[in-house]
Design a protein around this ligand. Structure first.
Ligand code: AMP
Ligand code: GLY
Length: 429
C-alpha cells in the first residue's frame, strides 16, 4: 500500500515511523515532510501542508492508496473532502466536523447543546457587551479566547479587569488575531490538572488512547510564553480508571454521538484537552478544548506505545469498522523532551548544524523543524527535535530521555529540564 502523510513536524515523523513498521505499507510519502522524515519516507517539500490542490495532485502522481492528513489547517480547509471527491480514501475529519477545532464559538455551543461538561461561558463580537459581562462576573483569573485558529496563541488568561479589558480590545478592535478574533469566548477559569486524551473514532465507535500530559509553557516551572508544547509524559499518572470511565460516559461518547446527530460525523483522531479537578470526594472532568487531529508533541509520546498496526486502525476508521479492531497498548511509560531554537516561541534563527544525533542509543529522535543541508541536519524551525524514550515506569522513561537529550546540541538550543517532574512522584514506580 502507498501512503501519503500530510504535514511536516514531529507528529508527522512519529506517524510515518508507525506506518514504516506496518508490513502492509510498501511505499511512504510525506508532504512537505522534513529532514528526519526523509530518512523513512519520500518527502515533497514543495507541497505545503495547506496546499489542497498540491496534495490532490501528488496523490494522483504517486497513485496513493490512502492519505493521512495530520495538521489542523488543511482539515478545517476541507482537504479530506477534496481528497475523497478525487477518489482517495483519507484519514481525518471532513471540514464540517473539523469545525469542532476551527471554531470555539461552535464547540462551546455544541457542548452546551449536548450537556458535555465545560467551563461556563458567553460569546461576544462587541467590546461593550464583553466588558460588561466580565465586570458582572468579577471572577479572576478569567479566560478570553478567539473563535478561530490562532497558532495556539488565541487564549489569554487575564488576572484582573485591566488585563481582560486590554485583551478584549486588542482582539475585537485591534484585530490582533485577524478574522480568527471576530468573535470571542469569555469563560470561567478552571482549576485542576490538565490531560490530553487522543481517541480514534469512526463516528460510531470511539477508542481512547492512553492519557498524556503536555507542557505548554516555554520555561521550567511553567514560566515563559505559551508554546505548541515543550514535552510530554504518557500515561498521565492521575488519570485513573474511574476518571477514564467518567470521561467515556460524560464526554467522549456524547461528543461523537452529538456530532453524528448534527450531521457532522467525525472520523479520524479527536483530541480532548481536559481539566481534571474534583468536587468533594468525586473527580470532576471538564473539556478545555477539542482539536480535530493528533496533538503535537503528544503523538510523539503516545504512538510509540501503540502495539496494533496503525495502518489497520486507519483503514478501520475510514471503513467505519473500528469496533472490530482490538487496539493494544504496550503498558509502558514514555517521555518526550522537545529541543527548541533559542528565542522560540518568538523570533529565532535557523540553519544551525545539529550534532550528537549519531550517539543516541536509548531513545528515538523525532524531527520537528530540521532539514538536510549538504548531508547534515540543520535547524529549520522553532521546535527542532522531540526526544522520546520508553521505560517500565515514568522515572525510567524520563531518565533515558534526558540522558539522550544531553548528547544533542546546536547553537542556541534549549529544552525544559522539568518535564514530568511535578507528576513523577505520583507515578507508580
Ligand atoms: P486552548 O487553546 O483552549 O487549549 O487553551 C490553551 C491553554 O490555556 C490550555 O492548555 C490551558 O492551560 C489554558 N486554558 C484554556 N482555557 C482554560 C480555562 N477555562 N481554565 C483554565 N485554563 C485554561
Ligand atoms: N500540544 C497541543 C496541541 O497539539 O494542540
Amino acid at each position: 500500500m502507498k501512503i501519503l502523510v500530510i504535514g511536516g513536524g514531529g507528529r508527522e515523523h512519529a506517524v510515518c515511523a508507525a506506518f514504516k513498521n506496518s508490513p502492509k505499507v510498501t511505499e511512504l510519502h510525506c508532504a512537505p515532510g522534513n529532514g528526519g522524515i526523509s530518512e523513512i519516507a519520500a518527502c515533497h517539500p514543495e507541497i505545503k501542508a495547506t496546499d489542497i490542490d498540491g496534495a490532490v495532485g501528488l496523490a494522483h502522481e504517486i497513485n496513493a492508496d490512502y492519505v493521512f492528513v495530520a495538521p489542523d489547517d488543511p482539515l478545517t480547509l476541507g482537504m479530506v473532502d477534496r481528497l475523497e471527491a478525487a477518489g482517495f480514501p483519507a484519514f481525518g475529519p471532513r471540514a464540517n466536523a473539523a469545525v469542532i477545532e476551527g471554531s470555539k464559538v461552535f464547540s462551546k455551543a455544541f457542548m452546551k447543546r449536548h450537556n458535555i461538561p465545560t467551563a461556563l461561558y458567553e460569546t461576544f463580537s462587541e467590546t461593550g457587551a464583553a466588558l460588561a459581562y466580565i465586570k458582572s462576573r468579577n471572577s479572576y483569573p478569567i479566560v478570553i479566547k478567539c473563535d478561530g485558529l490562532a497558532l495556539g496563541k488565541g487564549v489569554i488568561i487575564a488576572q484582573n479587569f485591566p488585563e481582560a479589558e486590554e485583551a478584549v480590545i486588542s482582539i475585537l478592535e485591534g484585530g490582533k488575531f485577524g478574522a480568527s478574533g471576530k468573535e470571542i469566548v469569555v469563560e470561567e477559569f478552571l482549576e485542576g490538572v490538565e490531560a490530553t486524551v487522543l481517541a480514534f473514532t469512526d463516528g460510531k465507535t470511539i477508542s481512547a488512547m492512553p492519557a498524556s500530559i503536555d507542557h505548554k509553557r516555554a520555561l521550567d516551572n511553567n514560566e515563559g510564553l505559551n508554546t505548541g508544547g515543550m514535552g510530554v509524559i504518557c500515561p498521565a499518572p492521575y488519570y485513573t480508571e474511574e476518571i477514564a470511565e467518567i470521561c467515556m460516559k460524560t464526554i467522549f461518547e456524547p461528543t461523537i454521538r452529538g456530532l453524528a446527530e448534527e450531521g457532522k460525523t467525525f472520523k479520524g483522531c479527536l483530541y480532548f484537552g481536559l481539566m481534571v479537578g474534583s468536587t468533594g470526594f468525586s473527580p470532576c472532568v471538564k473539556v478545555i478544548e477539542y482539536n480535530c487531529r493528533f496533538g503535537d508533541p503528544e503523538t510523539q509520546a503516545v504512538l510509540p506505545l501503540l502495539e496494533t498496526d496503525l495502518f489497520e486502525i486507519m483503514t478501520a476508521v475510514i471503513d467505519e469498522r473500528l469496533a472490530e479492531i482490538p487496539i493494544k497498548w504496550s503498558g509502558k511509560s514514555s517521555a518526550c523532551v522537545v529541543m527548541a531554537s533559542g528565542g522560540y516561541p518568538e523570533k529565532y534563527e535557523t540553519g544551525f548544524e545539529i550534532s550528537g544525533l549519531g550517539d543516541i542509543s536509548e531513545a528515538v529522535v523525532y524531527h520537528a523543524g530540521t532539514k538536510l543541508s549538504s548531508g547534515k541536519y540543520v535547524t529549520a524551525g522553532g521546535r527542532v527535535l522531540g526526544i522520546t524514550a520508553l521505560g517500565e515506569n515514568l522515572g525510567e522513561a524520563l531518565g533515558k530521555a534526558y540522558r539522550e537529550t544531553a548528547k544533542i546540541s546546536f547553537n542556541g538550543a534549549f529544552y525544559r529540564k522539568d518535564i514530568g517532574a511535578a507528576h513523577c512522584k505520583k507515578a507508580k514506580t
